[in-house]
Design a binder for this molecule. Structure first.
Ligand code: PLP
Length: 394
């Protein structure tokens, strides 16, 4: 063909991480047919949807099957009942977010990828290691990316003071609690980022997908930080909080106070969504609303408690082995330094071959992930207990 393609795609590193993992696990299983392999590598939930969620979804599906209550296209920004429910959720966290700033979507990944549409060619600042979508979606648009390295020195919570050179009008991605490191910013840490953004005329894109896992006294939303309403967009999701990874629903908050080039970002995002997105299905939005109801919250939190207890088992094991790790307290992830200076892949092979346990090498999440490893708490209790028992002689 004689068309031009988006050449920026050539700059995106092919990621073979999960296919490489699958290949190694399959080869191991072929060579050891009876082996009971425990998978603690996935970032996907395993518990089923909460009963309140299922009941709301089936009720809404029944409405769609009746002439009187059938609905066609949903509103592009979400049904008012769900925008209100999300706004109330923020009130319960002590911050005021009007429902008009809430944009319902089919998940955080879409919004993180799509937000690039409304932004121009800015410097992009991304702490490393991190959820790869921030980097890849900006590479697709040919943007310049500055990575801010995380390490054991900063507890995988890099701060703006580690940036070199002058920054003006950058877009900064912050994920807290973080995937893959499980590290979570304190109010002081986030205040540094917000002050930096305000001082440099930058925009923060704050990913709160793991907010529900927070147990300690740290911010659940960037809007707990004074001034964030003038410099931050927040993206969040029902995926990890309510087990919606397969059901698909999330939201993005674009405060009215965000303005650049004399235009409100909320207006641009509304235009973008109205043009390219046709909303989330009615049954899913009713299900999401139910997840935020008092009964739904109780049930979803019980599921999170289950994963958290798994995380706590793994964290205790790491402590008993004197292995440096982050996460496990406010996050489903445990991010550990591979023992004996092994690379992530060497440790992967050791865990698979000696203990029949699968995790994820840190290399898959950015350069600063070298020599680290992610274990998740999304497995069953039995599998997690068994894995910890097997690792007793690590
Ligand atoms: N943000 C982070 C940090 C994630 O780890 C994930 C998924 O693993 C997402 C966003 C995607 O969320 P969603 O399922 O809502 O697209």
């Amino acid at each position: 063909m004689n068309i031009k393609i988006n050449e920026n795609f050539k700059n995106i590193k092919e990621t073979y991480l999960f296919s490489d993992i699958a290949k190694r696990v399959n080869a191991y299983k072929a060579a050891n047919p009876g082996a009971d392999v425990i998978r603690l590598g996935i970032g996907d939930v395993t518990l089923p949807l909460a009963p309140a969620v299922v009941s709301a979804m089936t009720g809404a599906a029944a409405e769609m099957g009746s002439k009187e209550t059938f609905r066609g296209y949903p509103p592009e920004y979400g049904h008012e009942f769900l925008r209100e429910a999300v706004a109330s959720h923020y009130s319960s966290m002590g911050v005021s977010v009007p429902s008009s700033s809430v944009f319902i979507s089919d998940g955080a990944k879409s919004d993180i990828g799509n937000i690039v549409d409304i932004l121009g060619d800015n410097e992009i600042i991304i702490p490393d290691p991190v959820y790869p979508v921030y980097v890849d979606s900006n590479l697709m648009s040919g943007h310049r990316i500055t990575l801010v390295p995380g390490s054991s020195d900063n507890g995988f919570l890099p701060l703006p003071s580690s940036l070199k050179g002058t920054v003006s009008g950058a877009v900064i991605y912050i994920c807290s609690p973080n995937n893959p490191t499980g590290a979570v910013y304190s109010a002081e840490g986030l205040t540094e980022w917000v002050s930096f953004a305000l001082k440099t005329g930058s925009l923060i894109i704050f990913d709160a997908a793991y907010e529900a896992f927070i147990t300690e006294d740290v911010p659940h939303t960037i809007y707990e930080i004074p001034g964030a309403g003038s410099c931050a967009i927040e993206v969040s999701s029902f995926s990890k909080f309510a087990g919606f990874t397969g059901t698909r629903c999330g939201w993005t908050i674009v405060p009215d106070g965000l303005e650049a080039s004399g235009v409100k970002l909320s207006k641009l995002w509304a235009r973008r969504q109205a043009t390219k997105f046709n909303g989330v299905s009615y049954p899913v939005q009713r299900a999401a609303e139910a997840a935020l109801s008092p009964e739904g919250l109780k049930q979803c939190r019980a599921n999170i408690e289950y994963y958290r207890a798994n995380a706590s088992l793994i964290a205790s094991l790491m402590r008993s082995k004197n292995i440096y790790f982050t996460g496990g307290t406010n996050s489903p992830y445990i991010w550990l330094r591979c023992p004996g200076n092994m690379s992530g892949w060497e440790f992967f092979d050791l865990l698979l071959n000696r203990y029949q346990i699968v995790g994820t090498p840190g290399e898959g999440f950015g350069e600063s992930g070298n020599g680290y490893f992610r274990i998740t708490s999304f497995g069953s209790r039995e599998a997690t207990e068994q894995a910890c028992a097997r690792l007793a002689d690590l």
